[in-house]
Design a protein around this ligand. Structure first.
Ligand SMILES: Cc1ncc(C[n+]2csc(CCOP(=O)(O)OP(=O)(O)O)c2C)c(N)n1
Ligand SMILES: CC(=O)[C@@H](O)[C@H](O)COP(=O)(O)O
Ligand SMILES: [Mg+2]
Length: 642
């Protein structure tokens, strides 16, 4: 880490306009201070560290050259935007990052005029920037005004289809648009795929780019110290045919690769581009993830995301837990099953560690595929594998599976292909907030004909569900489970194949039945303990399946209790709606059953600890207790919690 200078420049930079009076050497000094401040802040909050450290110089250079908020700097994914937040009026709150009521870990329009576009899912920046560029030329108006549109996109994010769709459109429209490809040769895991290899070749052939630029007469776009070499190169090139980069073929001018940590390259190039660019231009910048902080630079993921840590040693503090994570239970169970069945294969979209598939990749590399950030392709790839007799597990976070939804419907469900969807990070995930919440998958999977939908109540149940999915060849099947540790139940040696559409009774009681789908079961049982002390003994069942429903169990609970409450970690339209539909169809409501459905509220819940978020959602044990008392008319309903 750089030593702090006597008078920190950072103290005098509150908004980017304050940087305009700084000399180039002072900008370099500012970058050192910004790096130290970023490390210090993340050491207190935890969060995404490596990507931000890799763009410190780029962030300073962009804000020094361009005029935000009029110029729109759009950070792809935006997990690298902490340094940008520090320079754009949020330094005083940077130590609240990712906490309840604090700054978001991502860019957010409601947080700052300097965040023209929110993000957290990848590969949206070029489309959004193109929207700003076209609106500018059509006379659109927005807060801060409309100047240049600048997308900063990583090499991982650039591999996704959406980025190419945007470049295809931008190359055609020919509007002035600036794309900065921040190439650190890393995604969360090392990047995979032919596009990544292509970028590496561009880098390896860097002098060749200089020759090509010269050949295409782009010398004048280059800063003076480049021009001389380029002119000389042009002499050498006379008569040679030079092919274009992929970006040039798509209609972009291409500059690079540049050293993204070298102000002597960044500043003149950005100034030249600002002064002279006419159409779409792509600046290829090479950076190092984790740059300037040794523990991050050394880490396999280059410090992508971290818990709180000690700045001197880099040692992270993590809450101790004996229970295995749901993710590991999934990964280990899958490997055990794959050992006995060579039709089992697994697909991740750039999240091998996050989905637990790294185990499968180590043991059965030929049957484990990282398709890069390509959920749409990943789902259809699974459909093809299933159509050809394989047993594919499509392991994706609930929130990212959203991007592959048409493929789930059109390629998997309509063709009734037995793709197994392992849906991780179901429900509220915590510090990543609303963008990463797995709120909608129950609804969007259970409304599809042919689809079987399960949710694990604990880690042993998850093991059964993985086995059930592996054995299910009749059509598509999904099982969901949350982020983090299980509840600590004993794990069976082997997962049991569950009967499709059958739930289980957990406890027999009277008057009210609670039917739980997923890991709220633990909160339900906690609520029951409190209710017992008040003389109320609810029945509790674990539905296991949202589709097909256990009709027999549900109708029995309805018949034997005066009230039925469902609970799930998902938005309206999911499990509870299906139960209500069944009860209505069977005329059960006509008999006077009191029915309540506990679901996530119809609002996006900002980041916090998962428990806090479920408090805000009204889905914790105290809320369940209140709901039971209310439905039985035992107590007055208290005002709904904020
Ligand atoms: C649609 C989608 N899928 C997966 C992710 C998870 N994810 C977040 S960052 C990231 C890697 C991004 O790599 P890159 O764009 O190169 O940025 P870097 O972290 O290297 O700066 C991934 C896969 C996501 N945010 N969005
Ligand atoms: C930015 C991004 O999308 C990922 O880094 C995400 O934050 C990972 O979340 P998990 O920590 O749940 O794997
Ligand atoms: Mg990268």
């Amino acid at each position: 880490m750089a030593d702090r200078p006597e008078t920190p420049l950072l103290d005098s930079v509150h908004v980017p306009a304050d940087m305009k009076r700084l000399s180039d050497p002072q900008l370099k000094q500012l970058a050192g201070e910004l790096r130290a401040e970023t490390i210090s802040a993340v050491s207190e909050t935890g969060g995404h560290l490596g990507a931000g450290l890799g763009v410190i110089e780029l962030t300073v250079a962009l804000h020094a050259v361009f005029d935000a908020p009029k110029d729109k700097i759009i950070w792809d994914v935006s997990h690298q935007a902490y340094p940008h937040k520090i320079l754009t009026g949020r330094r005083d709150r940077i130590r609240t990052l990712r906490q309840k009521d604090g700054l978001s870990g991502f860019t957010k329009r409601s947080e700052s005029v300097y965040d023209p576009f929110g993000a957290a899912h990848s590969s949206t920046s070029i489309s959004a920037a193109l929207g700003f560029a076209v609106a500018r030329d059509l006379g659109g108006q927005c807060e801060g005004g409309l100047g240049d549109a600048i997308a900063v996109i990583g090499d991982g994010a650039m591999s996704a289809g959406m980025a190419f769709e945007a470049m295809n459109n931008a190359g055609h429209l020919k509007k002035r648009l600036i794309v900065i490809l921040n190439d650190n040769d890393m995604s969360i895991a090392p990047p995979v795929g032919a596009f990544s290899s292509y970028l590496n070749r561009l880098y390896a052939e860097a002098p060749f780019q200089e020759l090509k630029a010269a050949a295409k007469g782009a010398v004048s776009l280059m800063p003076p110290f480049f021009q001389e070499g380029a002119k000389r190169a042009k002499e050498m090139l006379k008569g040679m045919a030079i092919g274009g980069t992929l970006f040039e073929e798509l209609g972009f001018s291409y500059i690079g690769p540049l050293d993204g940590h070298d102000f002597d390259q960044l500043l003149p190039i950005l100034r030249t581009v600002k002064a002279r660019a006419t159409g779409p231009i792509l600046i290829h910048v090479m950076t190092k993830k984790g740059k300037g902080y040794a523990p991050a630079e050394r880490a396999n993921d280059k410090g992508h995301a971290t818990a709180k840590f000690d700045v001197l040693t880099g040692k992270q503090t993590k809450a101790p837990s004996n229970a295995p994570s749901y993710t590991n239970v999934f990964g280990e169970t899958l490997v055990d099953l794959a050992a006995k069945d060579d039709r089992i294969c697994a697909i991740t979209a750039a999240m091998p560690d996050g989905t637990g598939l790294q185990l499968m990749a180590e043991r059965y590399p030929s049957r484990c595929f990282d398709v890069s950030i390509a959920e749409q392709h990943g789902v259809t790839f699974c459909a093809g594998l299933a159509a050809a007799g394989m047993r594919p597990f499509c392991a994706m976070y609930s929130t990212f599976l959203q991007r592959g939804y048409d493929q789930v419907v059109h390629d998997v469900a309509i063709q009734n292909l037995p793709v197994r969807f392992a849906i991780d990070r179901a429900g509220l995930v915590g510090a990543d907030g609303a963008t990463h919440a797995g709120s909608f998958d129950i609804a969007f999977m259970a409304n599809l004909p042919n689809m079987v939908v399960m949710a694990a109540a604990d880690e042993a149940e998850l093991k059964h569900m993985v086995a059930t999915a592996a054995a299910h060849d009749a059509g598509p099947i999904a099982f969901r489970y949350p982020r983090g540790e299980g509840v600590g139940v004993e794990l069976p040696e082997v997962g049991e194949v569950l009967e499709i559409g059958k739930g289980r009774m957990i406890r027999e009681g009277r008057r009210v039945a609670i039917l739980s789908f997923g890991t709220r079961l633990a909160e339900v049982l906690k609520a029951c303990e409190a209710l017992e002390a008040k003389g109320i003994s609810p029945s509790v069942a674990d539905a296991r399946f949202a589709k097909p429903l256990d009709r027999e169990l549900i109708l029995k609970l309805a018949a034997e209790h005066e009230a039925l409450i469902t609970i799930e970690e998902g938005a309206v339209g999911g499990f509870g709606s299906h139960v209500a539909q069944l009860l209505a169809d069977e005329g059960v409501f006509d008999g006077g059953l009191k029915y309540r459905s506990m679901v996530l509220p119809d609002s996006f819940i900002d980041q916090g600890a998962p428990g806090e978020m479920y408090d805000r959602a009204g889905l914790n044990s105290a809320d369940i207790e209140t709901k039971v008392l209310e439905v039985l008319g035992v107590a007055q309903v208290k005002g709904k919690r904020a």
